[in-house]
Design a protein around this ligand. Sequence first.
Ligand code: G4F
Length: 345
Amino acid sequence: MRVALITCITGQDGYYLARLLLDKGYKVHGVRQALAHDDRAHIKPLLDDITLHYGDMTDQTSLNNVMQAVQPDEVYNLAAQSHVGVSFAVPEYTMNVNGHGVKRLLDAMRAYAPKAKFYQAGTSELFGNSPAPQNEETAFDPQSPYAEAKLYAHQTVVEYRQQYGLYAVNGILFNHESPKRGDDFVTQKIVKAACAILKGAQDILYLGNLDAVRDWGHAEDYVEGMWRMLQQDAPDDYVLATGTSCSVRDFVCEVFGALGHDIIWQGQGAEEVGMLLENNREVVRIAPEFYRPAEVHNLIGDSRKAQQNLDWSIRKTRYNLIQDMIDAELNKDARAGGHIQRARA
Ligand code: G4F
């Protein structure tokens, strides 16, 4: 039986990856942080089948101990301070976890499981404002402490591959979402707010930059790509993306549209508002606190290398993603006795 170790198994990707690996017959171990609150809500359905260990990317001893105890065949590093906007507020912490933490985990692997294969959760944020579409050859242009730390991690993986002969790969993943996405990321924020507004539980959705364009895929497809990256003869870095994109503004329209309501926009910049077409009611406004000191404007991925070498492809489009996220929210509402209707399929 193959043994996998997943850091941050408690997050969105941790859940979907653990589920995939269990289905493939792996013994799955996960690292969770020592927190004051219980962070296992996302992985509740898997708790009987996985083994959890406390550990932290800022604590070398904990990583050594987990690596020694688990003796994994495959290590998936999903742990990160993953919010780009928040990284401007906690830049040193972000570098410690997302950058130095990767070196610590690789050193633990070198010492205690040197034959294991290593996956690093890289990011399209590395490309910053390099022109789209971006692929493995595109120049990096980090625009945030988050991206700087992920660039350090990316380089460390490449160096450890070259210097120590490790099987270590970077997955350069574009935005990927799901019903398990955290509430502070823009897709989940929009879905939850749209549902709440339409049932009268919220007045306004406050957003930052509506013009940012992202390539949004479904996390279920991306964890499949992570696994495929570790099943090759030789390690290499791969972009995973859908190759399609839309702006935050259009994502708002698509979510309200899926719920049967059209949005019209008026005004410019921080004065722009989104209104329900049927009655001109304002439902979206700009709150400058959600602007970032530097923005990545246009991310669209070119994943042809992964399609060719890994036989990877997306199964769920942005339309499917939005349907899944809305369904999860409506089911939650129905269980709570609510009555939001999806007026348009
Ligand atoms: O949902 P976001 O916070 O995701 P972002 O910054 O693109 O990062 C995500 O994807 C990366 C892969 O490309 C990952 F590496 C990273 O860990 C994370 O998963 O923001 C998306 C866009 C940004 O341009 C942001 O400025 O939406 C814009 N936005 C506008 N209003 C907002 C908001 N973002 C958030 N979180 N909240 C807003 O109110």
